[in-house]
Design a protein around this ligand. Structure first.
Ligand code: THU
Length: 136
């Protein structure tokens, strides 16, 4: 899948967010940026903790920033950026959290070295469990 219009801009914003990653333990710095259909952008970076299990990934940080800003649906795309050349892959927990709010999300994987891949959340998390499966 090819990148859509504006995706490269979203990658740039995610790369800037990555500069604010707090990752002194893994040194694996991740930035994420979600653009909504209303054209708002919400960013996140991974935040680690001396109690390692409390770490929050960049993608969930961006998702929760969007929700905290009142945007709980209609997210168009998320860009996820790491350093180097090998593309990132969002963890299972983040895939599930993103699905809660926008199952049709496009996912742009990118590196600071210039690698790019466009995919979809539906592809990354097939047959997902979500709010639509709960009884009304
Ligand atoms: N991490 C993310 O922020 N996003 C991912 O897609 C994978 C993992 C973070 C969590 C932790 O701070 C570090 O990367 C190493 O797992």
């Amino acid at each position: 899948m090819t990148l859509g219009p504006g995706d490269e801009d979203l990658v740039r914003v995610a790369a800037l967010a990555r500069e604010r990653a707090y990752a002194p333990y893994s040194r694996y710095r991740v930035g994420a940026a979600i653009r909504t259909k209303r054209n708002k952008i919400h960013t996140g970076a991974n935040v680690e903790n001396a109690s390692y299990g409390l770490t929050v990934c960049a993608e969930r940080c961006a998702a929760f920033a969007a929700v905290a800003a009142g945007e709980t649906k209609d997210w168009d795309a998320i860009a996820i950026v790491i350093g180097g050349d090998a593309l990132p892959s969002p963890c299972g927990a983040c895939r599930q959290v993103l699905h809660e709010f926008s199952p049709a999300l496009r996912v742009i994987l990118a590196t600071t070295g210039g690698a790019r891949k466009a995919t979809t959340l539906a592809e990354l998390l097939p047959d997902a469990f979500g709010p639509e499966r709960l009884a009304p």
